[in-house]
Design a protein around this ligand. Structure first.
Ligand SMILES: Cc1cc2nc3c(=O)[nH]c(=O)nc-3n(C[C@H](O)[C@H](O)[C@H](O)COP(=O)(O)O)c2cc1C
Length: 515
């Protein structure tokens, strides 16, 4: 059994999955379209329950929903309609587009390659209009398929060593990731994508929970095998990655009704054959927790970033006040979100950028982030087109509400290159890179800290998407040449690792409409 505390596995995985100019050009991998995996997990024989389709207006602005949370002990129990809304706005199908080879079903949250390897399961006690059970969310039919009858929340309480939010949650959404569905395109780098793509789903989920008055907490400390067994997933193919505790009730759940027997229901095969990338499974095994003691040790104690005081000039952020900011409700913003496919090289305002940074980084309620507001990733920016802000490279000082200038200049060409030679990074108004010093993170959290840092990036990245779209701007996640990103932001970023990238700006389509 591998030990989470020996972080060599995370370092080895990280190094082996870095992109470089050479690695991209010498990789013989090609997309085998005839063997493309299905983007849905389908249990054809299980009892199906249709979810109510209407989206109830929350009246809560997206820019508030991503920045706030409901106090943990607020008593709140979702009913079936609220559950449906949570699922739809985090992982439901919001758009579809035909292309010569078929049809793409786009979802509420952004996902690398639109491959949607994240699956959601619901573990709940009795709710209004929904019996206690374990359910799989089936976005294609917008329904639930019931895997187990009865209240199994106590299994999660045990697996999380009685994590308080889980213990008092009427509903837990368990997120799993399916290796092959994403690795078909991205090979072993997929394990990073698990964090990114689960993160964008969670950004939506946490924001919608807040808008609907539910306390919510992300829990990543759990005994992996116990949760996988409850969900009845084959851990060689699909693994539990995160748990979201939703709502709060004073009572603890009852003992589960029976042994956690394997179910083995019929499933539609995802594709003709699967290619295995053992590196990912090794990374997952090495970051798994096996005992209650390990789970206890996991919680809190986030290593705080020691940021040296700014050496360069600091530009003060000027976020819009609550009264000034756009109040487009969260559900409306999620439904209009998409990834910008072309940016116009147009200016955005300093207030818009400030509002995005301010609102997207107000803190994630997670068991690995304590004290609240702690953050593992640091944001580095390449600014190309912000009115009132000199173009150049910056680092974001969240505590000071400012951007420290690292080097002024027009870096569009370099940014395009860093973003894997994609025009999107060159044409955006701002590229926001996430970098993290993995050493204290892995020292504190072991290999599982690698899951946490990727997941946190995905959530803040998802928030940035929503903060951009709330202001009628565009955004897209992007991938990058790892070491070149660190070099670009050095010496400030020396010894940090590139984790995530999101580009924001005005979309070319929107610019055309304005003319
Ligand atoms: C973390 C992340 C990285 C992404 N990287 C790229 C990229 O390198 N190039 C690109 O064109 N799109 C990228 N995308 C955008 C996805 O292709 C897009 O989210 C997906 O096609 C679904 O479409 P939608 O976001 O419009 O719903 C990325 C998205 C995410 C969340």
């Amino acid at each position: 059994m591998t030990d989470n505390r020996n972080s060599e596995a995370a370092w080895a995985y990280h190094e082996a999955t870095k992109h470089s100019y050479l690695s991209i050009r010498t990789n013989p991998h090609f997309l085998d379209w005839a063997n493309q995996p299905l983007p849905f997990k389908i249990y054809p024989a299980l009892e199906r329950l249709r979810l109510p389709g209407e989206v109830r207006p929350s009246g809560i602005a997206a820019l508030s929903a991503i920045a706030e949370s409901v106090p943990a002990d607020t008593v709140a129990v979702p009913d079936l309609g609220v559950v449906a809304q949570l699922l739809y706005l985090s992982a439901g199908i919001t758009r579809q587009r035909k292309y010569p080879g078929g049809e793409i079903y786009f979802r509420a949250a952004a996902c690398t390659g639109a491959l949607y390897e994240v699956e959601l399961y619901l573990v709940c006690g009795d709710l209004a209009n929904l019996e206690a059970g374990l359910y799989h969310f089936a976005p294609a039919e917008f329904g639930l398929r019931r895997l187990r009858v009865g209240d199994y929340r106590a299994v999660l309480v045990e697996a999380t060593a009685a994590e308080p939010a889980i213990a008092h949650a009427p509903v837990v959404i368990a997120c799993t990731c399916i290796y092959w569905r994403n690795a078909w395109k991205y090979q072993a780098r997929t394990y990073r994508h698990f964090g990114w793509d689960n993160g964008t789903v969670l950004a939506n989920l946490l924001a919608v929970a807040t808008a609907l008055g539910l306390p919510a907490k992300l829990v990543c400390g759990f005994q992996d095998a116990e949760v996988n067994r409850l969900l009845d997933v084959d851990p060689q193919r699909e693994v539990a990655f995160s748990l979201a505790a939703l709502g709060h009730i004073p009572a603890l759940p009852p003992q589960p009704p029976s042994e956690i027997a394997p179910l083995g229901p019929e499933k539609v095969p995802p594709s003709q054959r699967e290619v295995d990338y053992p590196l990912m499974r090794e990374m997952h095994a090495a970051s798994s927790l096996h005992t209650a003691e390990e789970v206890h040790r996991w919680r809190g104690g986030t290593p705080l970033t020691r940021f040296s005081p700014p050496a360069g000039e600091v530009a003060r952020l000027l976020p819009l006040s609550h009264a000034e900011m756009p109040h487009d409700p969260i559900e409306q913003v999620i439904l209009r979100r998409g990834s910008t496919r072309n940016f116009a090289r147009a200016l955005i305002s300093l207030a818009q950028l400030s509002t995005m940074l301010d609102r997207a980084t107000r803190g994630v309620p997670a068991d690995f982030l304590d004290p609240p507001g702690a953050q593992l990733n640091q944001l580095y920016l390449i600014v190309h087109a912000v009115e009132g802000l000199e173009s150049g490279a910056y680092v974001f000082h969240r505590d000071r509400g400012g951007l420290e200038s690292l080097k002024p200049g027009n870096f569009r060409a370099q940014a395009g290159h860093l973003g894997l030679d994609q025009e999107l990074a060159a044409d955006a108004a701002v590229d926001i890179f996430f970098l993290a010093d993995l050493r204290p993170i892995l020292r504190r959290f072991g290999n599982r800290g690698y899951r946490a840092v990727q997941l946190e990036a995905g959530i803040i990245g998802g928030n940035l998407y929503l903060a951009a779209y709330a202001q009628h701007l565009g955004a897209t996640g992007l991938t990058f040449y790892d070491d070149e990103v660190t070099r670009f932001f050095s010496p400030h970023a020396e010894s940090k690792s590139a984790i995530f990238l999101v580009a924001v700006g005005k979309s070319a389509k929107q610019k055309l409409q304005e003319i």
